[in-house]
Design a protein around this ligand. Structure first.
Ligand code: CTP
Ligand code: CA
Length: 235
């Protein structure tokens, strides 16, 4: 259902997509993780590929089939994702940061599998903050003067004083990216599901428009919004 022009909206553009959820090791067999399936990020990578882009997908523990027709790098932890993403972003026209990055990691990683203590004292896990990968990519763009569009994601619940949109607008400003793809999460919304609803906020144009549908439909909408940003698309 796409005409040739729409289908090639990102022809030749180098697009980096991160997807999935990072895992932070506690010991050789245990980790702290999150519920991200990576389906939305993979759908975005496919949609960008189908729009003619040259796609590099960095996948952290995705629960979906990896697509054909693109370069794929697999990572596990936030710091591995950071290293791979910064390097790949240096060679990308568009960066789509869809991965769910652990905000914290255990401050020590056991070299051996932890055993229950003999004396009944239970362990306490101390957490330290992971680097903000998206902000690092924004900083790298400034340092190198790259002509690059950077897309962040946010899954918010809102609270009694703030709507999901309030949080999204604040996050767009704080992160310094160009587009923010915002979705509302609840216990049974979004994670692992096949249908979704997003609002895309643009820092450059102020546009705030949304779509709902399957993750593939939403991905095509987001790719169209990316291609529609000033200076990005080829259409
Ligand atoms: N992100 C990142 N590095 C992190 C955390 C998040 O690059 N350490 C990216 C995510 O991939 C996403 C965007 O930042 O594109 C927003 O993630 P989110 O978790 O909503 O933002 P945080 O800054 O971690 O804010 P919060 O305290 O609300 O979790
Ligand atoms: Ca976070």
């Amino acid at each position: 259902a796409h005409d040739a022009r729409e289908a090639r909206a990102l022809a030749g553009r180098r697009v980096l997509v991160t997807a999935g959820g990072t895992r932070e090791a506690l010991d050789p067999v245990r980790f702290l993780g999150n519920r991200s399936s990576g389906k939305q990020g993979i759908a975005l990578a496919r949609a960008a590929r189908d729009a003619g882009a040259q796609v590099h997908l960095i996948a952290a523990h995705v629960e979906a089939e990896l697509p054909q027709g693109m370069r794929i790098t697999r990572v596990s932890s936030a710091r591995e994702l950071q290293e791979a993403s910064l390097a790949a972003a240096g060679e990308s026209d568009v960066v789509i940061m869809a991965a769910a990055v652990a905000d914290y990691r255990p401050d020590t990683v056991g070299e051996h599998k932890m055993k229950k203590s003999e004396d009944g004292t239970d362990p306490v896990i101390r957490l330290i903050r992971n680097p903000d990968i998206l902000r690092g990519i924004v900083a790298q763009r400034e340092e190198r003067g790259l002509d690059q569009l950077i897309v962040g994601f946010a899954a918010e619940t809102g609270d009694p004083e703030h709507s999901v949109l309030d949080f999204g607008r604040a996050k767009l400003r704080r992160k310094g990216c160009d587009l923010l793809v915002l979705n509302e999460v609840g216990t049974d919304k979004v994670f692992g599901r096949d249908d979704t609803e997003v609002v895309v906020l643009s820092a450059r144009t102020g546009d705030e428009s949304g779509a709902r549908g399957s993750k593939d439909e939403v991905a095509r909408f987001v790719v169209a919004r990316i291609a529609g940003e000033p200076g990005v698309g080829t259409g």
